[in-house]
Design a protein around this ligand. Structure first.
Ligand code: AMP
Ligand code: MG
Length: 440
């Protein structure tokens, strides 16, 4: 809808390099805000088809494809929640240290046993935590507040019906939805599914993401090969593949496409065997930046250029139903654009209904310049001081090719556009990265 509205004033966009040759057949919405780009990504990406029934541990970090209805009550029976004595609460009425209730011990129950023992009036059964509550009993008194006396026991306090008893179905009832479709399977979900006896879990297939580097200067890592003059090693394909894996996708590394349209077209067509394609490079205004033009020709360009720095030239489109994310070539810009748009795309393909990146408020340790119209995204590390997060930028330059600034960072500070610099101590949002283990 939005896109159609934005495309209403469609014009052919001439290429500044080849006179008369349109760069794009239509002008996609340009310099859109980050949020708008994100909503295009979500609305134009479909969850992959195919559900796999995998062993419970293989389901970790994947997305549940169906509601899981509990086939049983949890716990499945009334059980002791304490070590002590199973009793009738009414038999302890008025009991105290000075005037204990004396009950007959008629047996012992350990966890895991099923017994026909019954608690009659004036009876107590020694019981361990987790054991099935015997018939007749309605409470468990804790062993710490009893005194054993041969085949009897003194109860030193007045108990109440249901005390220290976990009731059948108290955690979950048979027929209740235990875990909902679309949930990410994490340790709590694994525990809940195991507790209801579900050993195989229906999860969405992991999406396969084709990764294509573009550029005549790009050389793939290959032992024994020396870098020729003018060439650089392909950093992007490897870190993008790592980001894809972290997001739960399966990276498929395709050969590099040099900057010619036939080669790019055939690589993109090859990439259609996967569920989505992520390219890097070739989305700027250079004469050989052919990704946007090719995407426009063989598919549909949904947006090109987002109001952010770095990462502005990022493009997104579709070939058939396959989403294609065109990242900039500069490594830092590519990594940030993947974090902002690629990761949600992979999560959406994996079955997520929505995606909200966790963020925290933090104060800037040092002041910084803003962009008048674009949102600046800056990698920061966080430390905690007097209850506030302090965001520290990596030392040195933050140019789009400087991947170093991402090392050791916890998140991406979002610096809203404005003419005045942001002073030290200003509060900003920091989007947290997926690994929070090293947060202060
Ligand atoms: P481009 O977006 O294609 O104009 O590339 C911008 C810059 O990023 C250029 O300096 C490229 O050499 C560099 N670059 C592009 N692709 C890669 C890559 N796969 N690995 C490392 N640097 C790259
Ligand atoms: Mg290039």
């Amino acid at each position: 809808m939005e896109r159609e509205r934005a495309r209403k004033n469609v014009v052919a966009v001439p290429s500044p390099w080849d006179e008369g040759m349109p760069l794009l057949s239509t002008a996609p919405p340009s310099l859109i805000p980050i949020d708008e780009a994100l909503s295009h990504i979500f609305s134009c990406t479909n969850v992959v088809e195919g559900i796999e029934n995998v062993p419970i541990l293989d389901a970790l970090s994947r997305v549940l494809a169906e509601d899981i209805v509990s086939p049983m009550n949890v716990p499945p029976f009334d059980r002791a929640a304490m070590d002590g004595y199973a009793v009738r609460a009414s038999d302890t009425r008025g009991a105290s240290e000075d005037s204990p209730a004396t009950l007959r011990v008629v047996g012992e129950l350990e966890a895991g046993s099923a017994s026909t023992l019954k608690v009659g009036a004036g009876d107590a059964i020694r019981i361990m935590t987790g054991a099935l509550l015997p018939a007749g009993a309605d409470a468990v008194v804790m062993v710490e507040r009893t005194r054993p006396r041969e085949d009897q026991v003194e109860i030193l306090y007045e108990s109440k019906e249901g005390k220290h008893v976990a009731l059948c179905g108290e955690n979950l009832h048979a027929g209740e939805v235990a875990v909902t479709k679309g949930s990410v399977v994490r340790p709590p979900e694994v525990g809940i599914l195991a507790s209801i006896g579900i050993g195989r879990i229906p999860v969405h297939r992991r999406p396969r993401i084709a990764i294509i580097s573009t550029g005549g200067e790009i050389e793939d890592l290959d032992e024994g090969l020396r870098l020729s003059p003018g060439k650089i090693w392909d950093a992007n394909r490897y870190f993008i593949a790592s980001q894809v894996s972290r997001a739960g996708g399966i990276p498929i590394l395709l050969p590099t496409a040099r900057d010619n349209q036939d080669e790019l077209t055939s690589r993109l067509e090859e990439g259609l065997k996967a569920d989505a394609i992520v390219t890097s490079g070739g989305v700027s205004m250079g004469k050989f930046d052919l990704v946007t033009r090719t995407l426009d020709e063989i598919g549909e360009l949904i947006f090109w250029k987002v109001s952010m720095k770095p990462g502005k030239p990022v493009a997104f489109g579709r070939i058939g139903a396959s989403p294609v994310l065109g990242l900039p070539g500069n490594p830092l810009a590519a990594m940030i654009a993947f974090e902002l748009f690629g990761r949600p795309m992979v999560l959406r393909l994996s079955g997520r209904k929505q995606y909200q990146r966790p963020s925290v408020k933090a104060v800037l340790e040092t002041g910084l310049k803003r962009e008048a119209k674009k949102t600046r995204i800056i990698a920061v590390s966080l430390s905690l001081s007097e209850g506030k997060y302090i965001a520290r930028m990596a030392a040195g330059r933050h140019g789009s090719s400087r991947l170093l600034s991402m090392m050791g960072s916890h998140g991406l500070a979002v610096i809203p556009p404005g003419r005045e610099p942001l002073e030290a101590g200003s509060e900003v949002d920091v989007l947290l990265m997926d690994s929070l283990d090293n947060l202060p």
